[in-house]
Design a protein around this ligand. Sequence first.
Ligand code: ZN
Length: 150
Amino acid sequence: MTELSALYQDVILEHNRSPRNFRRMDDADRHAEGRNPLCGDQLTVWLKLDGDVIADVSFEGSGCAISKASASLMTAAVKGKTRADVARLFERFHGVVTGRAAGEGQSDGLGKLAVFSGISAFPVRVKCATLSWHALKAALESGAEPVSTE
Ligand code: ZN
């Protein structure tokens, strides 16, 4: 883990310590589970939809600091957004964390999610950072099938 110390910026540490929207949602419309066997991360994302808008979102699970902080930041970022907004955000986030969209200005519009841009140097960790997003996508698309980043 020592080689990752540069990644553990304040935002990630803080969200890992006190994750936002970290709770079960009993009256959710949909949910999906995500597992990242490589790291041992596993989480469930719950959603409540209001038409096309994500009215509420929460998650629960266990895993490394990156997976947990990423899920926390994701819930904060997508609440109140439409499916189309979320799809675009995920695409940008994915591009930045995988390094496909590396370069000046690519983190614009990502807000706090940009703290994960350093992840692209650690390919194994990309799966930790994107796990909650894949689960969110699965919940939006079907709502039942477990996803795995393997
Ligand atoms: Zn992990």
